[in-house]
Design a protein around this ligand. Sequence first.
Ligand code: MEV
Length: 411
Amino acid sequence: MMIENVVGRFALPLGIGANFQINGQDYLVPMAIEEPSVVAAVSSGALLARSGGGFSTSSTDPVMIAQVQLLDVPDAAKAESAILAAKDQILGAADTSPTLTRLGGGPKEIEVRQLTGTPAGPMLIVHLLIDCQDAMGANAANTAAEAAAPLLERLSGGRAGLRILSNLSDRRRAWAEVEIPADAFRSNAFSGSEVIHGIAEANAFAYADPYRAATHNKGIFNGVDAVLLATGNDWRAVEAGAHAWAARDGQYRALTDWHVRGRADSESLYGRLELPIAVGTVGGATRSHPSARLALRILGLDLQGEAPIESEKGRSQANGDAGECQQGARALSEIVAAVGLAQNLAALRALVTTGIQHGHMRLHARQMAASAGAVGDAVEHIAGQMVAEGNIRVERAKELLQEKNGRLAGP
Ligand code: MEV
């Protein structure tokens, strides 16, 4: 049982983001989401990226922060020195998971921050930096904070308040980059150069304006959350951390950078997305939820104890050859970063060319045609006609269906 007071199940569609090439390796990316167009869009973004050699990704070590809040500390400076001097003892007290330690993880470092000017008075905040390996690490971080708190109280002469992880997991970041030749963006209506300059302008808008940044980043999370959900990860944790990261200089900004590189005759579009991504490939729903487990297998990230499916065999081989690709949680975080960048690229390309409603309208028209009773080829035919007429309503779909059926039945 995953939660309490269960009355049923709530299913979402599971789709596959296609065309991904990440660090030279092909991926099919499972995505669970209710919003039409997202999976189609991310697949088109990934296809564009492919013409630039695909995504390059990397990540930091999987380090989470656990916080202990110390209140009523008589002398903050003295307490800070005492805590820093007792680092090894504190890390020992926080070392509560023999499994994590055996795998090379566990508490690695401490930091002390003084907060002043709060309505509750000054406080000392101790960070425990914990390498969580392939786990998301919420349990490990919370347990470590609770275990170290009594010692921190003694060292500081204060009183421990909160003992909990920080979802601003800024030591656990992943990033994806791509560079795509302008020509890949050329269409009948737009030159490649027009499109990539438009994308750079759109990014500048979202960097400078929080109103646009919120929408820009929401589009990134269309992809990011869908992969997190499909793999049984805590998408609220990643959202919270990434939005705080997006505001790290005091203003909420775009998480991406897109700019044009090169001269007029050989321009390209460079893009980068970097964000905190606290995810796991072990523990919690990642293993207990059968669909999440399947999603990890599709990504080639759940090889323990099960025969690899065909696509995993190729990936394992390629990993062995390349020697660079990450496995486990870091690999997943890098895939998530690439998906976020592809999703953003697709949205920006649509926004600076035909506009977002163009693709949405076609999908909406298909839905109307299906609701009117159309099946098979008739769905596409009726949807196309309604889009051409600019009249997308279920009543019109019914009329068109009747006409079509009448024609088929003959006089
Ligand atoms: C819609 O779900 C997402 C977009 O609004 C993102 C964006 O504007 O960049 C299309």
